[in-house]
Ligand binder design. Structure first.
Ligand code: URA
Length: 428
C-alpha cells in the first residue's frame, strides 16, 4: 500500500494547498518508476503552473529529482570546479569560448550541455559541426579529461536526474514549460547532481528568451540562486539581455567559427564582454583570484585549451567547418541606422533554415544559419547586405525570410540610438 495516491496530491495543489515533503518525495519517485501516469503528472504540473510552490516545496521537489538518479563527484580533482548554465537564447555560443577560457585560468569546467529545441540553439549541435567531435563521454572519461585538459563539454548521461528527463518531455507537450518552480527545479536538479562546486547562471530576458519580462527573470534567478546556495553550491546569476541576438551569427558551424574568433582574441564585442563577465564570476565562485580572463584570451592560452578539449573528444580543431550549399543575401531597403534587431525573428529564421529541429529526433544541418552584417546602432546603406541566410535546402528560404519580416527597424540617419546594457543585473 503506497503512502499517497496521485489524485490526492493533484487535489492538494489544485486547491492551492502546500504539498508535504512526503507527498513530493512520493509523487516524483512514483512518476519516475511509472506508477504515476503521464496524465496525472500533467495535471499536477498544470496545477503547479497555475498555483505556484513555496520555497520549501521547490527545494524538496528539486531534492526528489536529484535523488531519482546518480550524483557525480569531482572531489578527486586537483583543481576547483565551476560551471555555467544559460536559460537559452539566440546566437548564444558563450559556452564554447567560456569553458576553455575558465580552464586556462585554473578552474575545471564540467559542462553538461543540451541540444537545441525550437528557436534556441543547443551547444552540442554546434560542437557536432566540428568533424569527428563526439558529445557522449562516460563519467570516467569526463573525469580524466577534466584532470588532463581542464574542460569538458558533453551530453548529460541517462543516469543524471532521470525524473527531470521524463518530466521535461511531458511539460514540453502539455503547455507547462513556463512554470518558474518547474524550470528552476529542472535546471538546478541537474546542476546539483552534476556536483559542480560553483555555478553561474546566465538568465536571459527579452523577446528571444523563455522569460520575456524582467520581473519573471528576476524571480527565476532568485529561486535558482537560493536552491544552489541551500545545496552548498556557490551560485550567482547574471540577468542578461536577449532582445537582440548575441554576436553576428546564429547556427551551428557559423557559431563555432565566431567562437574561435573570440578565442583568437577578436570576435564581436558583446560575445567577448559576456564571456569575460561570466568567466570572472566563475573564477570568483571557485575562489580563484589574481587571474584576469581577458589576459588568457589575449595570450592564446584559452585557444590552446580549446584545441586540446576538441581533440580529447575526437574532433579536429584544424578541419574546415561544413558550409551550407546555398545562400541568400537580404539587403538593407534604405539608408539609416539599424535601431532594432529582434532575437526571436533571427532565431526563428535560423531554425527554419535547418539549424534547429522541430522534434527531438530530427537531424540538424551543420552549415545552416543566419549571419547579420549590422548590429543595433550601426549605420546601414540601401542595397548593402543586412543578412546572409544559409541552408542546404533552398526551399526553406521563403519561410526564413517571412520570420525576418518586421524583425528589424531602420530609422533615418541621425536618429538617436541608446544601446541597452548587456548585463542587466547580478543576483547572488
Ligand atoms: N532548461 C531546463 O533544463 N529545464 C527547463 O525547465 C527549462 C530550461
Amino acid at each position: 500500500m503506497s503512502a499517497h495516491d496521485a489524485v490526492e496530491v493533484i487535489l492538494t495543489k489544485r486547491d492551492r494547498g502546500e504539498l508535504s515533503d512526503s507527498q513530493i518525495d512520493w509523487v516524483v519517485d512514483a512518476y519516475t518508476r511509472g506508477e504515476v501516469a503521464d496524465e496525472q503528472m500533467s495535471a499536477l504540473a498544470m496545477a503547479i503552473l497555475l498555483n505556484g510552490m513555496t520555497r520549501r516545496e521547490i527545494a524538496r521537489w528539486t531534492g526528489a529529482m536529484i535523488a531519482s538518479g546518480e550524483r557525480m563527484d569531482f572531489s578527486s580533482l586537483s583543481r576547483p570546479t565551476a560551471d555555467k548554465h544559460s536559460t537559452g537564447g539566440v546566437g548564444d555560443k558563450i559556452t564554447l569560448p567560456l569553458a576553455p577560457l575558465v580552464a586556462a585560468c585554473g578552474v575545471a569546467v564540467p559542462q553538461l550541455s543540451g541540444r537545441g529545441l525550437g528557436h534556441t540553439g543547443g551547444t552540442l549541435d554546434k560542437l557536432e559541426a566540428i568533424p569527428g567531435w563526439r558529445a557522449g563521454l562516460s563519467n570516467d572519461e569526463m573525469l580524466a579529461q577534466l584532470e588532463s585538459v581542464g574542460a569538458v563539454i558533453c551530453a548529460a548521461g541517462a543516469g543524471l536526474a532521470p525524473a527531470d528527463k521524463k518530466l521535461y518531455a511531458l511539460r514540453d507537450v502539455t503547455g507547462t514549460v513556463e512554470a518558474i518552480p518547474l524550470i528552476a527545479s529542472s535546471i538546478m536538479s541537474k546542476k546539483i547532481a552534476e556536483g559542480t562546486g560553483a555555478l553561474v547562471l546566465d538568465v536571459k530576458v527579452g523577446t528571444g528568451a523563455f522569460m520575456k519580462s524582467l520581473d519573471d527573470a528576476r524571480e527565476l534567478a532568485r529561486t535558482m540562486v537560493d536552491l544552489g546556495t541551500d545545496a552548498g553550491v556557490h551560485t550567482v546569476a547574471l540577468l542578461t539581455d536577449m532582445s537582440t541576438p548575441l554576436g553576428n551569427t546564429a547556427g551551428n558551424a557559423v557559431e563555432v567559427a565566431e567562437s574561435v574568433e573570440v578565442l583568437a582574441g577578436g570576435g564581436p564585442a558583446d560575445v567577448v564582454e559576456l564571456t569575460v563577465a561570466l568567466a570572472r564570476e566563475m573564477l570568483a565562485g571557485a575562489g580563484v583570484t589574481g587571474v584576469d580572463p581577458a589576459d588568457k584570451l589575449a595570450d592564446g592560452s584559452a585557444m590552446d585549451t580549446w584545441r586540446a578539449m576538441i581533440r580529447a573528444q575526437g574532433g579536429d580543431p584544424d578541419a574546415p567547418l561544413p558550409t551550407a550549399r546555398e545562400s541568400h543575401v537580404v539587403t538593407a531597403p534604405a539608408d539609416g541606422v539599424l535601431t532594432r534587431l529582434d532575437a526571436m525573428a533571427v532565431g526563428l529564421a535560423a531554425w527554419r533554415l535547418g539549424a534547429g529541429r522541430a522534434r527531438k529526433e530530427d537531424p540538424v544541418q551543420a552549415g545552416a544559419g543566419v549571419v547579420w552584417h549590422a548590429r543595433p546602432g550601426d549605420t546601414v546603406r540601401a542595397g548593402e547586405p543586412l543578412f546572409t541566410l544559409l541552408t542546404d535546402t533552398p526551399e526553406r528560404f521563403d519561410r526564413a525570410l517571412a520570420s525576418l519580416e518586421g524583425g528589424y527597424d531602420i530609422e533615418p540617419s541621425g536618429t538617436a540610438f541608446t544601446a541597452q546594457p548587456l548585463v542587466i543585473d547580478r543576483i547572488g
